[in-house]
Design a protein around this ligand. Structure first.
Ligand SMILES: Cc1ncc(COP(=O)(O)O)c(C=O)c1O
Length: 478
């Protein structure tokens, strides 16, 4: 006979005890993380070898789960919350953000409709509007949260397709002229992925060359646009980047906005990383023209200290985005009118309660505290840059307006030999343990990147990185 009581979840006292233990594990981790090498010492397959191939048949206690987390998982990670993590765009799962994640997990609400999650819906609207005000975007911009900038950009380009008035939503792309999208050769690969996912095709993504400072070349864009129109293509969108992935260059946002308006193109700005800098008045001039966008993406999970994942897509034309995606099958009908049903602004139906962590981060640090932290990162990047500039064995490879510096060693030898030197240098610095830097290629040359964005990073960590780089270069030169 089946029991009449549900077999149910963990009993509450057991959960409570394990939750307290977990809180300690996380707090211990945040305290201990600087002692780990940033890159885990594990080799491919090491972790898998410690995991049973088959699922457990019998229940295991919380202690066993947490012990295996501590033994198998924590030491075998690349530690993004490490103060020496200076690779890619460095990020922070901050204390208040972590609390927001925990509470959202406890609630486990699905914010697909206002009805299914009133507080999650209204908090998301309010917190996105707070961020809009902090970025000084005009009040007509409405934001919602996605997992990543890649998805936000794909949704923006779906809105661009909708705005073209071709009813692709109903009829598909068959029979239409090629719908073209424009971005710079420095734009993030998420624009390519959006072109793939939306059926536009990579051939219709026109990557325009950049100027000497890695900003989209406006006259080259004008030429390609004119040629495409003459060839019968149908330009639908222009994607500018405010803070490119390799160098953090900012495209000429105002000039591009004017072209987009004249050419009737949807104007999307990818400010995934550098958008956060717009909360500081002194950096807003670098992002001049942001307000001309039809849509802007910025990622609080990049440089606004909010745990992964949290990306805000702002648009001044939410009706177009909604027209691209809204569907209400009978089982999703609800009686409320005048409310926002967040699933109508994208592909996914079910959605996480991400607003809670962003709300906590903004309140816990305050706009002023967030500005001060961003300023500190920019200041330290500028100090790092000055050390590189002062060393004849190195050169800075691009302007560094924010918290990321591109540089490389310049030993005597051919460009190819210099590339090999820098790749070995990077490997050797990263193998030391205390810091992790990444690389890119600029004009075909191998370049190192140092990116500051973690709240535990101090100027001492940046100096340590520079010392390790200098020592490794000396050894390689010897
Ligand atoms: C400029 C830019 N846009 C978009 C992305 C993609 O971000 P996500 O990982 O949130 O999709 C990145 C990632 O670094 C980026 O640098």
């Amino acid at each position: 006979m089946p029991p009449s009581e549900p077999l149910g979840d963990w009993p509450n006292p057991n959960f409570r005890a394990a939750a307290h233990r977990t809180a300690d594990l996380v707090a211990d981790y945040l305290q201990r993380v600087p002692q780990y090498p940033v890159l885990g010492a594990c080799k491919p397959g090491d972790v898998a070898a410690q995991l049973p191939a088959a699922p457990p048949e019998h229940a295991e206690p919380a202690e066993a789960l947490l012990a295996d987390y501590a033994r198998i998982i924590e030491p075998n990670l690349t530690h993004w919350n490490h103060p020496g993590f200076l690779a890619y765009f460095s990020i922070t799962g901050s204390g208040p953000g972590i609390l927001g994640e925990w509470l959202a997990a406890g609630l486990n609400v699905n914010a697909m409709l206002w009805r299914t999650s009133p507080a999650a819906t209204e908090l998301e609207e309010r917190v996105c509007d707070w961020l809009r005000q902090m970025l000084v975007l005009p009040s007509e911009f409405q934001g919602h949260l996605n997992d990543t900038a890649s998805i936000s950009t794909m949704l923006a380009l779906a809105a661009a397709r909708e705005a073209a008035g071709l009813d692709v939503r109903t009829h598909g792309l068959a029979g239409l002229p090629p719908l073209t999208v424009y971005c710079s050769d420095q734009a993030h690969s998420s624009v390519d992925k959006a072109a793939i996912a939306l059926g536009l095709g990579l051939d219709q993504l026109r990557r325009i060359p950049c100027d000497a400072a890695f900003r989209l070349d406006v006259s080259a864009l004008e030429r390609v646009l004119a040629a495409d129109r003459a060839a019968g293509k149908r330009p639908i969108a222009l994607v500018a980047t405010a803070g490119t992935t390799s160098t953090t260059s900012v495209d000429p946002l105002r000039a591009l906005g004017e072209i987009a308006r004249r050419e009737n193109l949807w104007y999307h700005i990818d400010a995934a990383y550098a958008g956060s800098a717009a909360i500081c008045p002194e950096f807003r001039a670098l992002l001049d023209g942001l307000e001309l966008a039809d849509s802007v993406v910025t990622n609080p999970h990049k440089w606004l200290f909010t745990p992964v994942d949290c990306s805000v897509l702002f648009t001044r034309k939410p009706g177009v985005l909604k027209a691209a995606f809204a569907l209400t099958p009978e089982y999703l009908r609800s009686a409320e009118t005048g409310v926002t049903n967040l699933n109508e602004y994208g592909v996914q139906l079910g959605r996480r309660f991400r607003a809670l962590k962003l709300w906590f981060v903004i309140r816990a640090f305050g706009a002023e505290g967030l500005r001060a932290r961003i300023r500190q990162h920019v200041q330290w990047a500028s100090e790092f840059r000055s050390w590189v500039e002062a060393d004849p064995g190195f050169e800075v490879c691009a302007p560094s307006p924010f918290s990321t510096v591109c540089f490389r060693a310049v030993p005597p030898g051919t460009p190819e030999a210099q590339d090999r030197f820098n790749a070995t240098l990077l490997e050797s610095v990263n193998a030391a343990g205390p810091v992790f830097l990444s690389h890119t290629k600029l004009r075909d040359r191998y370049v190192l990147r140092l990116a500051i964005g973690n709240l535990r990073t101090t100027l001492a960590h940046v100096l340590q990185a520079w010392t390790l780089i200098g020592e490794a270069a000396k050894k390689l030169n010897a």
